[in-house]
Design a protein around this ligand. Structure first.
Ligand SMILES: [Zn+2]
Length: 472
């Protein structure tokens, strides 16, 4: 239950003996993380930008692939929030605020925060906070995860109370203990180093975080509240870094483009345009010109000036900058000017070059639906789902495609898969029941729906039973 105030739990604990979590199975941790994610996806701060999330996942996986015997699955995602924060939920879900991405002076700095969070996950720090308090219950871990969310930015996040299912006040501050922080720093530094980043990134970023904390005073940035930064910790980090050879690591184009995109979407469109223009004019930017042109094009598009944005796109092509993000920008520019067919052309030819980039596939299906090419769109969704069967968004796009084709059974069946993958089992059941009643499927399709509905109903019962057992 929610009664345990995380702060008192965090005090006076740690015996950092073993990393193994005692009372929570990885599957339990994952399920807790997933239920919190369902709430996060409904939060207004949820960015849901497949390009930014896919970049964070590439960066995060580069780090996590350095963990020995890594069996943990990770999911990284961005939230639109100007505070400097990042947080880990049980089950490997790691959220990063846009403010933190924009505050990072280098990719190594951003990587250092991800490495630190990854280490909180692999060491099961959250679960261990619960175990030490003698309440190894999934509901307490869930409450703790909710408390992290609440501490994330606003203390009165409605999500918390709703999720915990009880009205108790949520402790809005969760402090990892100092020892957990030190452990996450130490292991994070190792990951950073083995992944080929500049390990000085960790020291420099955390030092700047601390300085910004002084400026904010009581209203310290979220990261400092959930990950207390002490002089001791900084000194510790300094000692580890000392004597290591200096390593110059260039930032990837993706890192620069992601930052430019986030910046272009902030504030008023006019301000964003002016900022990129002035950087380009005085050549006052640390990264590549391409990233500045890209940001300017995004800002101009937002400002309702697609023709000017097209000029910047032409400059990007001239600079021979290659990234899937430039292709989706080109396609969005076409769409903005009412040329959906042009968007289809661009994305159709980009897809084979960037087969793993989800944003290209999503954009292509959406553009095909816009120009009423449902048969082509269906083919793309089928191909994509063969490679990525658990892509919930692609199942949802397939449902839209079937709707346009007038195939109701298939539409509801696809929508059910989208819900099931997001852990929304009752909604999946509802969709399968609609599919059953649609009356436009053949015998084979009907039996498939019947079988899937039985599975989903069983899952719904099992989950309800588990939840009840846990409350006992
Ligand atoms: Zn931490």
């Amino acid at each position: 239950m929610l009664g345990a105030p995380p702060l008192s739990v965090a005090e006076g604990l740690p015996d950092l003996g073993e990393a193994a979590q005692a009372d929570f199975s990885p599957a339990q941790e994952r399920r807790i993380g997933e239920s919190v994610m369902n709430e996060i996806r409904r939060d207004p701060a949820w960015l849901g930008d497949p390009e930014i999330n896919s970049y964070l996942n590439r960066l995060g996986n580069r780090l996590s692939s350095q963990i020995e015997e890594n069996r943990q699955e990770f999911d990284f995602f961005a939230l639109r929030d100007s505070t400097l924060n990042a947080f880990a939920l049980p089950g490997g879900f790691i959220g990063v605020h846009s403010g933190l991405i924009l505050a990072a002076a280098s990719e190594s700095e951003l990587a250092s925060v991800l490495a630190h969070e990854i280490s909180h996950v692999t060491q099961h720090h959250l679960a261990r906070l619960m175990n030490k308090s003698g309440q190894g219950q999934v509901t307490s871990l869930l409450a703790l995860a909710v408390a992290i969310l609440a501490a994330r930015s606003s203390p009165d996040l409605a999500v918390g109370a709703a999720l915990a299912g009880q009205g108790a006040a949520i402790q809005n501050q969760l402090n990892y203990s100092r020892d957990f922080e030190r452990e996450a720093d130490r292991l994070g530094l190792g990951l950073l180093e083995r992944s080929g980043f500049d390990i000085r990134g960790m020291g420099s970023f955390f030092e700047r975080l601390q300085k910004s904390g002084r400026v904010y005073e009581n209203n310290a940035p979220g990261y400092l509240r959930t990950h207390p930064l002490t002089t001791e910790r900084l000194a510790d980090m300094g000692n580890r870094i000392q004597g290591r050879p200096y390593k110059q690591v260039a930032d990837s184009l993706d890192f620069q483009l992601v930052r430019a995109k986030l910046r272009a979407e902030e504030g008023t469109p006019r301000d964003a345009v002016t900022e990129f223009e002035s950087h380009l004019k005085d050549r006052s930017f640390s990264g590549s010109e391409a990233a500045m042109r890209y940001g300017l094009a995004e800002a101009l598009m937002r400002d309702g000036k697609p023709a000017a944005a097209e000029k910047e796109l032409a400059e990007l092509r001239r600079l021979k900058a290659v990234s899937p993000m430039i292709e989706t920008l080109a396609a969005r520019l076409r769409l903005k000017q009412g040329d959906a067919a042009g968007a289809v052309r661009i994305l159709r030819s980009a897809l084979p070059h960037f087969p793993q980039e989800r944003a290209i596939a999503y954009g292509l299906v959406e553009a095909m639906l816009e120009v009423r090419l449902p048969a082509d769109a269906l083919k793309v969704t089928e191909d994509e789902l063969l490679s990525y069967p658990s892509d919930a968004r692609m199942h949802a796009l397939q449902a839209q495609t079937y709707a346009l084709l007038g195939k109701r059974l298939q539409q509801h069946r696809a929508q059910a898969e989208a819900y099931a993958l997001r852990g929304q089992v009752p909604q999946a059941v509802e969709q399968l029941e609609l599919a059953q009643k649609s009356g436009d499927g053949n015998f084979y399709e009907q039996s498939q729906v019947d079988a899937r509905l039985r599975e989903m109903k069983k899952r719904m019962l099992d989950e309800a039973k588990q939840a009840k057992d846990l409350k006992r």
